[in-house]
Ligand binder design. Structure first.
Ligand code: 3PY
Ligand code: MG
Length: 261
């Protein structure tokens, strides 16, 4: 298997990834060489579009990490084009029902498993048609649980054949639960995480978490999650520079000035 993320799940190993929000190939090149198991290019909230994506994916090709794309919405054309550009998996936001899950799965896989249309442009450029024989085994279909409705339909979503894993969007989940964003120790939030973890376990699915920083990621893995992001290019630049100024000026930083995307 060439997909390191899928291989890790198969071997029951945990993995850590990086989130990419900036459309800069040099940043992507650096991020890909930091020891991450996977990188996710964010077309939902990141400052990048599809043209950017077609330049960012080659910047990480040839490194061992698995390139994922968070699509802007659960649409067959968006999922198909991300995979055609070379993504080895998609993270689909706001999956609320089993029908949503089926739509995402159908978009990810070639027949008979799904209805992905054939035109794997970038892989065909690099390898000819050999990708077609392995694509369905090499692509991860990850669905975000981040709403009240998604939580209500958790069991039905997880039972859809072809789903590789569920992925928590913690801020939207807070909003969905009627909590203040970032109220991650609230028991309604921790209860929701437990329900998602248990559902993944009983359906043989990987369970992932958007980690806003390394300590959230470490906690997620400790709590039983299989994979988590440790932060993004934006958060690393912001935190690194702000922290350096604070140290140089001998200042304490307030907790509210920390964090970010
Ligand atoms: C969330 O926290 O809801 C996310 O989707 C992270 O971008
Ligand atoms: Mg979200």
């Amino acid at each position: 298997m060439n997909n390191r993320l899928l291989q890790k799940w198969h071997d029951r190993e945990k993995s850590l990834g990086i989130w990419s929000n900036l459309p800069d190939i040099h940043v992507a090149e650096m991020l890909a060489r930091t020891g991450a198991d996977w990188i996710c290019f964010d077309l939902q909230h990141g400052l990048m579009d599809y043209t950017d994506l077609t330049r960012l994916l080659p910047a990480v090709t040839g490194t061992p990490l698995t390139p994922l794309v968070r699509v802007a919405a659960n649409q067959p054309d968006q999922i198909g084009k991300a995979l055609d550009a070379g993504a080895r998996g998609v993270i689909v936001p706001m999956v609320n029902t089993a029908d949503d899950a089926r739509q995402a799965v159908t978009s990810c896989y070639y027949p008979p498993a799904g209805q992905r249309s054939c035109g794997p442009m970038r892989d065909a450029m690099l390898e000819g048609f050999s990708y077609l024989g392995t694509a369905n085994d090499e692509v991860a279909c990850l669905l975000m649980i981040e709403t009240q409705e998604g939580l209500k339909n958790l069991a039905a979503i997880a039972a859809v054949k072809g789903v590789s894993g569920l992925f928590v969007g913690p801020m939207d989940l807070c909003y969905g639960l009627g909590l203040a964003p970032g109220d991650f120790s609230n028991e309604r939030f921790t209860g929701a995480l437990k329900a998602i973890l248990t559902t993944c376990e009983s359906n043989g699915l990987a369970c992932g978490m958007f980690g806003y920083d390394a300590s959230l990621a470490a906690k997620a893995l400790d709590d039983g999650f299989d994979f988590a992001s440790i932060g993004s290019d934006v958060s690393f630049v912001r935190e690194g520079v702000s922290q350096a100024f604070a140290v140089a000026r001998g200042e304490e930083r307030s907790s509210s000035s920390r964090g970010g995307y």
